[in-house]
Write a protein that binds this ligand. Structure first.
Ligand code: ZN
Length: 414
């Protein structure tokens, strides 16, 4: 599948700083230690609706990971999927009387446009579930052959993963079994379904049903893939057996990332699948959780349509720490817009305080688990001085603009 168009990222002077990132499995901030290339897999959208602020915030967090790695001299190999066939997509298409393929194509196109407007560095491989079906079916077959998967005996053709085949199951999310059962039920799993060996066993392959799309699964029979195996197979195929970062929103902690890691580890016989499991917080609206059921999603395309400069939106979204569940209010956006105008003005100053010190400061803040509030505060302070005429470094405004461009992805100069 086509990705979106990227842009030049300026090379900054001096040496970048190694990135430390919170790992959900270890429950602590730990240095990333990528070898060449650094590898990252971020779980993408299920394209049944437009990109909302929560998606954008998640994609921005991992964009900053890539920028920090590049700044530290690493080549980066980045893969993102798009779950272009799954229950929520089919349900939405049925509700609206729309062809599910058309819906998926339209929303994926809009997502690409939003990502490009926000200046998110595109993945090297942007991969759909549908185009990956042959590879997924093959790997599900391997899991079956190894006894790590089993067919349900109800004639549906559904294949499940046996969580008992993954001895470390649970290490990624660190949740109690009770909590896992709750999340499995809330987030697309089916713990109540009769006939499974363990209520937590996730679906690998869904046998064909009347009125649902299905593909040839070879020995599996016709059907379509489960969601967790989709990500595991795409990542293994393009990034290798072990990756540096698996990323997504914190609602993917369980079951999605736990199960995709378990699938990958049983398939490869090694682990952990990811050195870091990194999770971005959720964005709420005016004190409420933003969700499709509440009908209060704020769409990136809507804000763009209202004339909000994408760079102001980007600044507003990174003004909070990526891991925090945080609220979006009118003030969040207003502050982002004000900051964007102020920084642009400061970048046009004749001089400012030391640009090298600013760069070192921003690198240091971002290297510490992507502390964007800290980085933004340093740039705010620099801008105050530049605008007050109290800085003496004539090169600083250019370096400030390049720092914002390369590390924060915020372009200040046209
Ligand atoms: Zn995923």
């Amino acid at each position: 599948m086509d990705s979106w168009t990227g842009h030049e990222v300026p090379r900054l002077p001096g040496a970048g700083v190694p990135l430390a990132l919170f790992d959900s499995a270890r429950r602590s901030v730990a240095p990333t230690r990528p070898v060449d290339p650094a590898t990252m897999y971020v779980c993408g959208i299920t394209p049944y609706d437009a990109t909302h602020l929560g998606h954008a915030a998640t994609m921005l967090a991992f964009d900053l990971v890539q920028r920090m790695w590049r700044d530290a001299g690493h080549r980066v190999r980045y893969v993102q999927n798009v779950t272009d066939v799954d229950d929520p997509l089919l349900e939405r298409a049925a509700r609206d009387g729309e062809d599910w393929v058309v819906l998926a194509m339209r929303e994926t196109a809009l997502f690409r446009e939003d990502m490009e407007a926000l200046r998110i560095i595109p993945p090297d491989h942007y991969v759909g579930a549908v185009e990956s079906i042959p590879a997924i079916a093959e790997r599900v077959g391997v899991l079956l052959d190894r006894g790590a998967g089993y067919r349900l005996a109800d004639g549906t053709g559904d294949v499940y993963f046996d969580v008992a085949a993954a001895p470390r199951f649970g290490y990624e999310s660190n949740l109690s079994r009770e909590q896992m059962l709750v999340f499995a039920a809330e987030r697309g799993g089916d713990p109540q379904r009769p006939g499974k060996r363990d209520p937590l066993d996730p679906l690998l392959w869904r046998g064909a049903r009347d009125g649902e799309p299905a593909w040839d699964g070879g020995p599996l029979g016709p059907g379509r893939p489960g969601w967790h195996i989709e990500c595991a197979v795409i990542a293994l195929g393009l990034l290798g057996d072990r990756i540096d970062v698996q990323g997504g929103g914190n609602d993917l902690l369980f079951p999605h990332h736990e199960c995709s890691a378990a699938h990958a580890e049983v398939l490869t016989g090694t682990g952990p699948f990811a050195a870091h499991y990194a999770h971005a917080g959720m964005i709420g609206l005016n004190g409420e959780k933003m969700s499709k059921s509440r009908g209060n999603l704020v769409f990136v395309s809507r804000l763009r349509g209202d004339g909000v400069p994408p760079m102001a939106l980007r600044l507003a979204l990174i003004s909070g720490h990526y891991r925090a569940d945080r609220q979006w209010t009118d003030d969040t956006l207003k502050t982002g817009q004000q900051r964007w105008h102020r920084w642009r003005e400061a970048a046009r100053s004749a001089a400012g305080p030391s640009g090298a010190e600013l760069l070192a400061g921003v690198r240091g803040r971002l290297a510490d688990d992507l502390d964007t509030p800290g980085a933004l505060a340093l740039i705010d302070e620099w801008a105050d001085h530049a605008l007050a005429g109290t800085g003496a470094d004539p090169q600083a405004p250019t370096l400030m603009a390049e720092t914002c461009d390369a590390l924060l992805g915020v372009r200040l100069r046209d």
